[in-house]
Design a protein around this ligand. Structure first.
Ligand SMILES: [Zn+2]
Length: 81
């Protein structure tokens, strides 16, 4: 059971619809609580470790210069050549 933090009314549950995630919404004010968004934020933090892995090859590094600017340590696995 969820309650609106703004006005204290009981939130209504809305099923997923047309690609939109399930959510709680307040019937008396514009407050909306997206359930799936909370999960995505947690997963995104978990994915930060992946930047170490060579998810793209050297050709991609040459093509997209702006992509590599944020990850200078990626040269570690590129020194072999
Ligand atoms: Zn409300």
């Amino acid at each position: 059971m969820e309650f609106c933090p703004t006005c204290g009314n009981m939130l209504q549950y809305e099923l997923p619809h047309m690609g939109r995630p399930s959510r709680f919404f307040c019937p008396t004010c514009p407050y909306v609580c997206h359930l799936e968004n909370k999960v995505k934020i947690k997963r995104r933090q978990h994915l930060v470790k992946k930047e170490i892995e060579p998810v793209f090859n050297k050709e991609d590094m040459k093509m997209g210069g702006s992509e590599t600017d944020g990850y200078p340590h990626i040269r570690v696995w590129d020194t072999g050549t």
